[in-house]
Write a protein that binds this ligand. Structure first.
Ligand code: NAD
Length: 523
């Protein structure tokens, strides 16, 4: 229900949470049946969800997950959008994206620290540690992409975010993620250049189509300092608006000539990536932001598409080696005071972590809650279990007014196989090995997470990823304390061993430091 809160979901009326057509339930009848089943569920029963439809309740045991979810999984030879859409049309499947179908999406905040960390690392590597005095160009200000304006201004920079749907920009402005809306490229450039020259942070949402606007920027001789993209290019039928096409025209084509829409969307992506490559050649720092646009462009004949590096190998992987990733929690009370107290607690637990202190300070000032008050911060192996126990103690002591739900994105250290994104360019070439996320889901189930999910196709689309999610509830009981200790150890532990197994020294060190047993690890 929180996933579908109107403040949280992009299109709640059609059960779409974010990321193209990422849904929380297959249809409204399934939604109602899920709610009924959960209300009747005993504490030793487990509800099974198959692509957004509740299909069974089995007797398990108290420490087992209350819900197990499998979303959008297809046998590999059938794992493409065409087959998926066919099943979707026949009411047999649903696209779960990552946290949409696994019920732990918390609005744009869920991604904003990851986006902030990515731009911060980009600033460290290329701009002396700050984005002040730089202009970033991106596209797509949807559920996740909408975090980009705030992440860039938090790093002191200026952003132009090209977005085809005006209402998306208006939503980002209403939720304080974006500063201003511009109707024309000229207006956006004037605002951006003035702010850059004054050293001021500013985000501008520009109404337009990236496949048209980026070439226009080049034609005018404008080259940004950084260029990236977060349109829903992973889904050419529903997520990428072709050049020269209005939203209404796209809706008509989607219903009547879907193949024509896909063809035009892919052609637009090729033009878009060509423009990104040209900006890169002219000196911009370019990176792919996890929507598989390079693959689509490559398929369309843009041979150099992968000259644009992916953001994980470029900026994030060292964090994964330490089991760090987007840990998040939501206050079931609905009371922002509960999050304020957990903010204090995490700061006290880790007094020497400067990055964490800077992040929580900024998040408190700048992030407006959407739906249930919630927080995200990147924590590593050891830290997550410590903080989870602390939250449970606080619930037990009555310092928090209701239980806290603890979860994470599927984009995490040990829970995803996605060769064009999280596992791009692995040291040992194991990019496409999907045993790891499956082991992650099995292990978190064994450890007693409250709900566990295994999905296909999130982030980068059908055929390109397999990933797992987990959520564990801190209700203040001693049993929850044990479950939290176990799950918040196994889950980031998978990230450490996955990267250690691939040969990353930092992960090997982390495993040794924490005494993680690896039977064939370096002695
Ligand atoms: P979304 O569907 O909510 O938003 C996509 C936005 O792109 C929409 O608002 C749409 O109007 C806009 N758009 C589509 N075509 C356009 C065009 N040609 N020009 C300008 N705007 C256009 O999706 P989201 O949740 O914001 O996710 C965006 C993409 O980023 C997805 O592919 C998703 O898988 C990926 N993603 C990346 C990360 C990450 O950490 N890098 C995390 C989550 C999602």
């Amino acid at each position: 229900m929180n996933n579908l809160d109107p403040e949280v979901a992009e299109h709640p009326e059609s059960l779409v949470v974010y990321g193209g057509i990422g849904r929380a339930a297959r249809n409204w009848a399934c939604f109602d049946a899920i709610v009924r089943s959960l209300q009747a569920l005993e504490e030793n029963e487990t509800l099974l969800i198959q692509s957004g439809k509740p299909v069974a309740v089995f007797r398990t045991h108290r420490d087992a997950p209350r819900v197990l979810l499998a979303n959008s999984n297809l046998v590999p030879a059938w794992a493409n959008w065409e087959h998926f859409h066919e099943l979707d049309r026949r009411g047999l499947m649903m696209y779960g994206q990552m946290t949409a179908g696994s019920w732990i999406y918390i609005g744009s905040q869920g991604i904003v620290q990851g986006t902030y960390e990515t731009f911060a690392e980009c600033a460290r590597q290329h701009f002396g540690g700050t984005l002040q005095g730089t202009i970033t160009v991106t596209a797509g200000l949807g559920g996740m992409g909408g975090a980009q304006p705030l992440a860039v201004t938090m790093n002191g920079g200026v952003l132009i975010g090209v977005e085809a749907d005006r209402s998306r920009i208006e939503k980002r402005i209403a939720t304080r993620y974006c500063d201003v809306l511009a109707e024309t490229l000229e207006a956006a450039l004037a605002l951006a250049q003035e702010a850059r020259d004054a050293g001021r942070a500013l985000s501008v949402g520009l109404v337009g189509n990236a496949a048209e606007v980026l070439p226009q920027m080049l034609a005018q001789g404008f080259v940004p300092d950084i260029v990236t993209d977060q349109t829903s290019a992973h889904d050419p039928l529903n997520g990428y608006l072709p050049a020269g096409c209005s939203l209404e025209e796209a809706a008509r084509l989607r219903a009547q000539q879907p193949q024509e829409l896909v063809r035009r969307a892919k052609a637009g992506m090729a033009v878009h990536v060509e423009a990104m490559l040209e900006m890169q050649r002219r000196g911009a720092v370019a990176f792919d932001y996890g929507n598989n646009i390079r693959q689509a462009a490559c398929d369309e004949g843009v041979a150099e598409a992968f000259a644009i590096p992916g953001f994980v190998p470029a900026y994030i992987r060292p964090q994964f080696c330490r089991g760090r990733g987007p840990f998040r929690w939501a206050a079931l009370s609905g009371d922002p005071e509960d999050i304020r107290r957990t903010d204090e607690a995490v700061l006290q637990l880790f007094p020497d972590d400067e990055g964490l202190h800077r992040w929580i300070g900024m998040a408190r000032q700048k992030i407006a809650f959407q739906g249930l008050p919630s927080r995200i911060c990147w924590l590593g192996y050891g830290e997550r279990a410590l903080f989870g126990r602390k939250i449970n103690d606080m619930v037990a002591a009555g310092e928090l007014s209701a239980p806290i739900v603890i979860g994470r994105d599927h984009l995490d250290a040990g829970s995803v196989a996605s060769p064009n994104r999280e596992t791009e360019s692995m040291l040992d070439g194991s990019d496409a090995v999907a045993d790891w996320p499956i082991l992650n889901a099995l292990l978190n189930t064994a450890a007693g997470a409250s709900w566990v999910s295994l999905h296909h196709g999130g982030g980068v689309g059908m055929g390109y990823s397999i990933h797992a999610g987990m959520v564990v509830v801190a209700d203040g009981t001693p049993e929850a304390a044990e479950r939290l200790e176990r799950v918040l150890t196994t889950d980031p532990g998978m990230g450490v061993v996955r990267h250690a197994d691939a040969g990353y020294d930092l992960a090997v060190e982390t495993a040794k430091t924490h005494g993680i047993i690896r039977p064939m690890g370096e002695q």
